[in-house]
Design a protein around this ligand. Structure first.
Ligand SMILES: *Cc1c(COP(=O)(O)O)cnc(C)c1O
Length: 370
C-alpha cells in the first residue's frame, strides 16, 4: 500500500471484454478508417452527449487545433495565453502565425480578458484562449471583444470535456472549440480529438481539410492534412461514452475530498470554483504560497519520494520555451501573474480508480509538512 506508485493521472479504460465485439466487427468489415460506421456513430453520439451543434472527429487534439486555424483562415497574429500545454501555441507556429501572449487571471488561470484589447494590432485575426483545468473563460466578454474588433474566437477546450455553465456546454462558445481525447484526458480514445462548431458549412470545410481537402474522388478543394480519426479510436470512443458520467463522478468525489481536507491548511490554496459550473474533475491544481513551510519544489520532491507522481502543470510557461521567448510579449514582465502561478502550481493525482485511502495519504503528506 505505502509503496504503490500513484500517477498524476491514469487512463480510464472500459473492461476489455466489452471492447472485443467492436474489434471483431472492424476485423470482419475491413472498414478501418475514412469515416466508417463507428466514426459516424461516435460523432453523432458525442454530439448528443455534449449537447453541441456539430462535431468533427480527429486523430489528435493537436491536429484538430491546426485544422481549426486553417478552417477559419487565421493568419498574422493571434492573442493567446502562456499558461497552457505546448500544443496550443505550437499549432500557431505550424500555421505561420505569431502568438501574442497576454497574462492570465489568478482566480481561473485563464487569459485575462481585460488585457486582451491592449494587445490587439492591425495584424490580429483571432483570440485563442484555453479553458485551463476546465475552468470557464470569461466567454461573454471575450465574444464581445471579438465582435467589436472583427476577430475569430477559437477555444482550446482540451480540458473541458463535459463541462457545462448554467446547464449549457462550454464547448458551444466561440466560433469553434477543440477537444483532446489523449490518454491523459478526462475522456480518452488512446489518442484523439475533435472540433465543435455551430455551422454546417464550417463543419463541411473542416471535414474536407482533415481528409487532404477531398470533396469527392476527383475534387480537391483545399490543401488539407490527414487528421482523420480511425475506426479503432471511434469504436473505443463509443464504448467510453457509456462510462463517461461514472468516470467524471469518481473524479469529482476525489476533488471534494481534497478540497474539504486541504481548505484549512495554511499556505495551500485550492482554486475557487464557480457555482454555475458543472466540472469534470480533470485536474486538482493547488497553489503553494509563501506561508507554507516548504517551497513548491520541496513539496513536489517529498511527494515524489513517496511514489506520488505529482506534476507542476503548467511549468515552465510556454513563453519561456526557446522557440517563444524572443517574442516581445513573452517577456516575464508582461506576464507577472502567469510567472507567479507557474512557480506555485502543483497538480495532485486525480483519476477514476485512485482509491480514497491513497487520497487520504496524499492529504496527510500535504497537510503535515513539518
Ligand atoms: C492535451 C492538450 C492539447 C493537445 O491535445 P492532443 O490530443 O494531445 O494532441 C492541447 N491543449 C491542451 C491545453 C492540452 O492539455
Amino acid at each position: 500500500m505505502e509503496d504503490k506508485p500513484t500517477f498524476l493521472t491514469r487512463p480510464y479504460l472500459p473492461p476489455l471484454e466489452d471492447f472485443l465485439p467492436y474489434l471483431a466487427e472492424i476485423w470482419e468489415s475491413r472498414l478501418l478508417t475514412n469515416g466508417g460506421p463507428f466514426h459516424q456513430q461516435f460523432e453523432e453520439k458525442l454530439r448528443h452527449y455534449l449537447g453541441v451543434g456539430h462535431v468533427s472527429l480527429f486523430a489528435s487534439g493537436t491536429l484538430a487545433l491546426m485544422t481549426a486555424l486553417q478552417a477559419l483562415r487565421i493568419t498574422g497574429e493571434v492573442i493567446t495565453t502562456p499558461y497552457t500545454f505546448a500544443a496550443t501555441t505550437h499549432a500557431l507556429l505550424w500555421n505561420g502565425i505569431k502568438p501574442v501572449f497576454v497574462d492570465i487571471r489568478r482566480d481561473t488561470c485563464n487569459l485575462d480578458e481585460e488585457l486582451v484589447e491592449a494587445a490587439i494590432t492591425p495584424r490580429t485575426t483571432a483570440i485563442l484562449p484555453v479553458h485551463c483545468y476546465g475552468n470557464p473563460c470569461a466567454s461573454e466578454r471575450l465574444q464581445q471583444i471579438a465582435d467589436t474588433y472583427g476577430l475569430k474566437l477559437i477555444y482550446d477546450a482540451a480540458h473541458a470535456f463535459g463541462v457545462t455553465v448554467d446547464g449549457s456546454s462550454l464547448l458551444a462558445q466561440g466560433d469553434l472549440a477543440m477537444l483532446s481525447f489523449h490518454a491523459t484526458k478526462v475522456f480518452n480514445t488512446f489518442e484523439g480529438g475533435a472540433i465543435v462548431c455551430h455551422d454546417l458549412k464550417l463543419k463541411q470545410r473542416i471535414d474536407y481539410l482533415k481528409n487532404f481537402g477531398f470533396a469527392d474522388e476527383v475534387t480537391v478543394v483545399a490543401p488539407g492534412i490527414n487528421g482523420k480519426m480511425n475506426e479503432f479510436q471511434a469504436a473505443l470512443g463509443l464504448l467510453q461514452l457509456e462510462h463517461a458520467d461514472r468516470a467524471i463522478a469518481a473524479r469529482m468525489a476525489i476533488d471534494r475530498r481534497y478540497r474539504q481536507a486541504l481548505a484549512t491548511v495554511a499556505g495551500v490554496e485550492c482554486l475557487a470554483v464557480a457555482t454555475r459550473v458543472k466540472r469534470n474533475g480533470g485536474y486538482f491544481p493547488l497553489l503553494i504560497g509563501a506561508e507554507y513551510p516548504l517551497s513548491r519544489d520541496q513539496l513536489y520532491d517529498r511527494l515524489r519520494q513517496q511514489q506520488i507522481h505529482v506534476r507542476r502543470y503548467f511549468f515552465p510557461l510556454i513563453s519561456d520555451l526557446p522557440m517563444y521567448r524572443g517574442i516581445p510579449s513573452a517577456a516575464p514582465a508582461n506576464l507577472p501573474v502567469a510567472t507567479s502561478i507557474a512557480r506555485q502550481i502543483l497538480c495532485l493525482p486525480i483519476y477514476p480508480d485512485l482509491d480514497l485511502p491513497t487520497v487520504d495519504r496524499i492529504i496527510d503528506i500535504v497537510s503535515s509538512p513539518q
